[in-house]
Write a protein that binds this ligand. Sequence first.
Ligand SMILES: [Zn+2]
Length: 678
Amino acid sequence: MNLQKPLWLAVTGILLFGACRKEKDESVRTTFFDNSGMDTTIRPGNDFFSFANGNWVKNSKIPEDQTGWGSFYTLYEENQKKTKAILERAASGDHSAGSVEQKVGDFFASGMDTATIEKLGYDPLKAELAKIAALKDYKQVLNYMAADEANRGGALFGLGVGPDDRQSTLNRINFYQSGLSLPEKDYYFKTDDETKKVRAAFVSYITRLFTLTGTDSTAARKKAEGILAFETALAKSHKAPADLRDPIKNYHKLTVAELNKLTPNIEWRSFLNTMTVKTDTVLVSQPEYYQALSSLLPSTPIDVLQDKLAFNYIDHNATLLSSPFVNAKFDFFGRTLSGQPQLSERWKRVAGNTDTYLGELLGQLWVKEYFTPEAKERMLTLVNNLQKAYRSRIERLDWMSPETKKTALVKLDGITKKIGYPDKWKDYSDVTIKRNDYFGNVQSARRHDIREDFAKIDNKVDRSEWGMTPPEVNAYANPSFNEIVFPAGILQFPFFDKDADDAINYGAIGMVIGHELTHLFDDQGRQYDVNGNLRDWWQKADADKFTAKANQVVNQYNNYTVLNNLKLNGRLTLGENLADLGGLAIAFDAFRLTDQSKSNEKIDGFTPAQRFFLGFAQVWRIKIRDEDQRVRVQVDPHSPAKFRVNGPLTNFVPFYQAFNVKPGDRMYKPEVDQTKVW
Ligand SMILES: [Zn+2]
């Protein structure tokens, strides 16, 4: 199972994200708006992102231990400091064994205990590496991967447990494409200089890990080249990121017998039995990958398979080991792939891992201290206002028939709203945390995660579960649950502040709420019904009109470029762009109902509407390193921040009115050419 979350991995929420550091500007907090960050020499209608953020972009520097900088990053930095205070207190106190404080405190202490970690070197890996070295053929390789309790399915099987798209009350085991170490398939085939550099650095990285675990450098290099060749063969069968977005094309329900026929060299019954999975029905998102794997397994030399397993095992655990391993991993994933000059401080990495592995324990302590019932109440009111605004937009749509509208409104009214933290916390009683065993603690948490997941297979879905932890600066929509979710971590300044005026809150968190609501009706979300089932509830003519509008959005974003003419992928980013377009419109409608919007009173020299758009643009002020930007253009379903601001505004008449956008301005489009979906 591929549980590892590399630095660049996309999440389904509002953005993706590395670790962060701090910037503080008290003037921002007092007026909730940063005048000094604007560049008023730019015409708002030419480039609103730069009008609102130009001076900030010019004057701010991405910290050395970061891949990017901006609002999300500074808030994450704040949250990490809060987390640190909680963890240090928990680590220093005397808590009863098995208590929440003992587990998170000792986990953090074990990760900070570098004396023990350095002394151990790679000792924690030796038993498992010996097992891998003893494997005789590919059948034993399959059995080994299935038997691994901390990583079921190992290096070559991607698997997870979740609702069946066509029967959303039932959990199933789902297999998806896997086996690659680089961000996506194109990294194995593209011949431009940047990609070639990444591949060369990847080979050096594998070589370095093998050298660190006792292989001589010539043999290590040969192993590395064999692994790259094997992953390249697997990559041929992979779908590109944009092709993974179609829920129908990526849905295949198969019996074990059908799967055996499709992939004859993988004996699925015995594979599933070894994993302790009894089911006879599985979902396979990308069968093409498993067909390729099945034909490659017998023809690949056993030592290449062993090398692949060993490399993945070391890489998967490198950050838990002594500094040569930590540095090797950072040099490749951090420095080369993301352009980050320096490793972040150790406490930040260990705090991040505490959140990853004990998220709902840490979360309990976090919300007790940093999230109030009043904030939850205020947020719920905002969400309800946004939902009302969305309702009347749907009622007014000129392109949708009354039949489809009726079903859309049923779906909208049926949305579950989760705010702050879960009502019911997960049980971690089978996780053992010792103060001097960082490696063992993580394995215990991983075994727990898998047991918890596997217990759900073929059982009823529990809709109270959360997919993010409370301290996260993010939000998400889950069409299978027909829900929108806002962790406590994002419900703070600059996204949300109880003392800020409505223009600021609606432009910031209001737009985020509208964005998540729209996800349930974007090109993917619209295919799910009120119960979270993948089922077509659209009148054909309405679906055709939606698709035509969506294609306009694809074309609009296909024409945006970053760096040296690197084009955005309008198909990959379609869902996010639709959510940005809808989110802005809904948030502005909701804002229009407030007293401030009706008052026309200027603050900081701006009308309420101007302030709404400026607040919106400032929340998205983000700078990203070129290397990281390059990876994101290939794998991130979100557009770069500049286009998350300018893209929607180009299609929005109230923005034109607020800033007097006219023909000749670069963002100007005649109203007939503007795209309005929701
Ligand atoms: Zn989104």
